[in-house]
Design a binder for this molecule. Structure first.
Ligand code: SF4
Length: 64
């Protein structure tokens, strides 16, 4: 699994960080998403899928 983020779309809502804190973080200066782990373990899949569905900006995508 490979996680891609589009920081230009991100509105800093933080839902992804709440859903999958081992994969996503937010930049301190502006709250824009930062990717902690671009290739998370399969054990993170449900949490990453949850983050994708919660993101109001559709800024997260997953490539198999
Ligand atoms: S949930 Fe989406 S909009 Fe919110 S911080 Fe994460 S990537 Fe950005």
């Amino acid at each position: 699994m490979k996680v891609l983020i589009d920081q230009d779309r991100c509105c800093g809502a933080g839902s992804c960080v709440l859903a999958a804190p081992e994969v996503f973080d937010q930049r301190e200066e502006d709250g824009i998403v930062a990717l902690l782990d671009p290739t998370p373990d399969e054990s993170q899949r449900a949490l990453v899928d949850d983050a994708v569905s919660r993101c109001p900006a559709a800024a997260i995508s997953v490539v198999e």
